[in-house]
Design a binder for this molecule. Structure first.
Ligand code: MRU
Length: 358
């Protein structure tokens, strides 16, 4: 299955080439496939903030490459380059608060920096670390896809109608996706009837990105309004909700795109299984509960405007872009270290002690 899955990797959004970071601009998809090149950490930080690159693992990978760009610039400037680099770490850490993969990747890069030996070439070592982060995310996607598809086969079998939210696909990761990785694998196994992609207001990750990715792969996809989810579960034979995550707390609570929580409540009411697919770099054992996770709020204009056109005016808007789904609404958390069924603190701690499966 691994070879089949590798062959199914069609879309990429992050490339490290000729000493520069190249990002597929997700703000203009699906109508424009525009690649932008980045040569400085400050420009990558701005790209993360403005969502040229988005999705928890992808943000982490971009930040790791940004550190490489920063190392190159600080070395060239001379002086105490390691001290100067702290400014770059701080700038990158301040871009988006919720996805822990950003901080995980920065910590890994900082840790590698701290372990540099006198004889090492700092730039080559840091570049290898960033490439390693990128590659291991791709590998994690493959492992999770296989684990997730086994769950679908075991717990339902035959043709399934699946529902997903936001974009947890190739655009959001270093491989072919977390939730969409499982969906792609299920499609290859002939298990998918149709995928319903929530449009995912207000940024439209579902209708602009997920629908495009699935349609590119020839997977039957239907876009629906976020508010149609309960109705779909009642009338369209949805058997699974499959989503990604931005941060998973030590008790199994999951922060993900706004609207995920209401999907989990609806899924429980309708007897629809709820699967969260995320690499272990998304798990934050330092965060005891989901309630402690900082949930990003973005500009009101994202809600009050559509395609640059004002839709409402003279009112305040509340625009939290993530919410927290309590662990007790989740059937499975799928990671590259294994699967947790009905997550709780003890199972999460056990999982984190395991090695990667592949
Ligand atoms: O605001 P975004 O688009 O960065 O939010 C992305 C999500 O919420 C995804 O579902 C999550 O990061 C998982 S991506 C594999």
């Amino acid at each position: 299955m691994r070879e089949q899955l590798l062959a199914a990797e069609k879309v990429t959004a992050i490339a490290w080439r000729d000493g520069a970071l190249h990002l597929l601009d997700q703000r203009v998809l699906p109508f424009e496939e525009s690649w932008r090149s980045y040569h400085t950490a400050a420009d990558v930080a701005e790209a993360i903030r403005r969502m040229v690159v988005r999705g928890a693992p992808a943000i982490g990978i971009a930040a790791a490459y940004a550190v490489v760009l920063a190392v190159r610039a600080r070395l060239a400037a001379g002086g105490d380059w390691r001290a100067a680099l702290q400014e770059d770490f701080a700038l990158l850490a301040a871009t988006r608060p919720t996805a822990v993969n950003l901080f995980w990747a920065l910590n890994r890069m900082r840790d590698r920096l701290d372990r540099l030996k006198e004889r090492d070439d700092p730039l080559a070592v840091m570049e290898a670390e960033a490439v390693g982060i990128h590659q291991s995310d791709r590998e994690a996607n493959l492992t999770m896809a296989q684990l997730g598809v086994e769950l679908i086969r075991k717990h339902q079998g035959n043709l399934q109608n699946l529902l997903t939210h936001c974009n947890a696909g190739a655009l959001a990761t270093g491989g072919f996706g977390t939730a969409l990785g499982v969906i792609r694998a299920a499609h290859l196994e002939g298990l998918v009837g149709r995928v319903y992609a929530d449009e995912t207001r207000p940024w439209l990750q579902g209708s602009r990105l997920t629908a495009w990715e699935l349609a590119t792969d020839g997977i039957p996809v239907t876009v629906s309004a976020d508010s149609a989810a309960a109705h779909l579960m009642k009338t369209r034979g949805i058997t699974w909700v499959i989503v990604g995550a931005d941060r998973i707390a030590a008790n199994g609570d999951v922060a993900n795109k706004i609207g995920t929580y209401q999907l989990a409540v609806n899924a429980m009411h309708h007897g629809v299984r709820f699967m969260v697919v995320a690499p272990s770099s998304t798990i934050d054992m330092a965060m005891e509960h989901g309630d402690d996770i900082v949930l990003e709020e973005r500009d009101a204009s994202e809600l009050l405007e559509l395609g640059g056109q004002r839709m409402a005016g003279g009112v305040e808007a509340f625009n939290p872009v993530f919410d927290v789904t309590p662990a007790d609404l989740i059937d499975f958390i799928v990671t590259e270290k294994g699967v947790i069924d009905r997550p709780d603190a003890a199972k999460m701690a056990q999982l984190m002690c395991r090695k990667r499966l592949h």
